[in-house]
Design a protein around this ligand. Structure first.
Ligand SMILES: [Fe+2]
Length: 298
């Protein structure tokens, strides 16, 4: 069953202090390939999915949300304006820069610029990656997912649900200590279990992680081996999430945010009815990889 008004993650922009270090991880570990413009990266046939610029923020610089067409974009833009957000129509230059047919720009309550886009251009060359021979799952489900930290999750929730019209898939209520509660909310706009998630926390960086989903579990395992062999910090080792059942691991980038490389998450449909609380992040795994301890033992 198809969603009536599907929305997807179109792209994520990040501003980082050391683009070369991040590029090395994207290419050598994650198996993404460079786009036609320097600093742009692809995980499918679209012209650009991750846009890396140099700067001090070490955080997300923009998140692009794809809608079906110009009418759908104008509808979302109108709704956001009605909710009190300032929405600017994209200039031809901005559309050309993003390789899209149309664009509206606003800012999420948590501070990240958000661009509503349609008509993503296709790259000249088809996607092919020696390191991810099975490719990535993006058809109909977008680039992947992005998770942001926000101190005011209620305002963020309204923006996401009433403005963008994502639907909440489920939520997370963790008790890492008796008097500490961490809340997370997960949102879908297509069959992907979550395209966007929010964690209620005041954090110095807004972007927690970006997830890309491989078509092959073996490709995820081999990416883990490459990260381990290269000494890239692994924030969470291989594991399986409870809510989306994603088999994945997390790379810690030098910029602070993480990259999750996963496979095999379950999908949701328009009749989704399991919007419930989870009290754990993972069914199993996702443990920190303690390289120093391993080195001491061996
Ligand atoms: Fe994730």
């Amino acid at each position: 069953m198809d969603f009536p008004d599907p929305i997807e993650l179109a792209y994520v922009g990040v501003e980082v202090g050391d683009p070369a270090a991040l590029s090395g991880i994207l290419e050598s570990v994650a198996g993404m390939i460079p786009g036609e413009v320097a600093g742009t990266w692809r995980n499918d046939d679209r012209a650009q999915r991750l846009v890396v610029t140099e700067g001090p923020a070490d955080d997300a610089s923009v998140v692009g949300i794809k809608v079906a067409d110009a009418d759908a974009g104008a509808t979302v833009a109108g709704r956001l304006a009605e909710l009190g957000y300032t929405v600017e129509a994209g200039t031809p230059e901005r559309c050309q820069q993003r390789r899209v047919a149309g664009l509206w720009r606003t800012a999420a309550p948590w501070g990240t610029p958000v661009e509503i886009v349609h008509g993503l251009e296709t790259a000249t060359e088809p996607f092919a990656s020696d390191r991810m021979p099975g490719g990535f799952k993006t058809a109909g489900v977008g680039f992947g997912h992005a998770v942001f930290m926000t101190p005011d999750i209620d305002a963020a929730h309204r923006f996401v649900v009433e403005g963008l019209r994502f639907r909440q898939t489920d939520w997370l209520k963790l008790r890492p200590a008796p008097d500490v509660v961490v809340t997370g909310r997960f949102y879908h706009g297509n069959q992907r279990h979550h395209t966007l998630a929010l964690i209620a926390a005041a954090a110095p960086k807004l972007l927690h992680h970006v997830m890309i989903e491989a078509n092959s579990a073996d490709d995820v395992g081999e990416a883990f081996d490459r990260a381990h062999a290269a000494g890239v910090p692994i924030a969470s080792g291989l594991g399986k999430h409870d809510n989306d059942r994603m088999f994945s691991f997390y790379i810690q980038t030098p910029a602070g945010f993480q990259i999750e490389i996963g496979h095999g998450a379950r999908e949701v449909g328009p009749d989704w009815s399991e919007n419930r609380a989870y009290d754990r992040i993972s069914l199993w795994g996702h443990q920190p990889v303690l390289r120093e301890q391993v080195a001491e033992v061996t």
